[in-house]
Design a binder for this molecule. Structure first.
Ligand SMILES: [Zn+2]
Length: 126
């Protein structure tokens, strides 16, 4: 694996990691904002704080599976995204808003992310 991945490669890998880790044994994933159940290949990685904020672009607290309708047509369905995050941890939306501006920048270990994605895809027969 190359020492430095492009931002596009990181986005692609990160999206797979977020979607695959949330899949059930049938390979389906639930949208966090409308509860639609969608095959992992079709669901998307929805960012609560937009991707333009690099500090939280790869922050697992900020990234959760969302269906195309919520992520794209409803621009993240943020009212329900906020409720979902607050249920995970009270005050998380405000924490993420602060983190996105003040840091620190969250950067996962890409070699771990990459090997987990490979293993998950293999185990799911996808
Ligand atoms: Zn949805």
């Amino acid at each position: 694996m190359p020492a430095e991945l492009s931002l596009e490669s990181k986005d692609r890998l990160w999206s797979r990691w977020i979607r695959l880790r949330a899949r059930d044994r049938f390979g389906s994933v639930k949208c966090v904002t409308c509860s639609a159940v969608v095959p992992w290949k079709q669901i998307q990685c929805g960012h609560f704080i937009p991707r333009g904020y690099l500090n939280t672009r790869f922050d697992p607290d900020n990234c959760h599976p969302q269906c195309h309708s919520c992520n794209v047509f409803q621009n993240g369905n943020l009212k329900f995204y906020r409720i979902f995050l607050n249920n995970l941890k009270a005050g998380l939306p405000e924490e993420l808003e602060k983190r996105s501006k003040d840091g620190p920048t969250y950067e996962p270990d890409w070699s771990i992310v990459s090997s987990e994605v490979k293993a998950w895809i293999k185990s799911n027969g996808a």
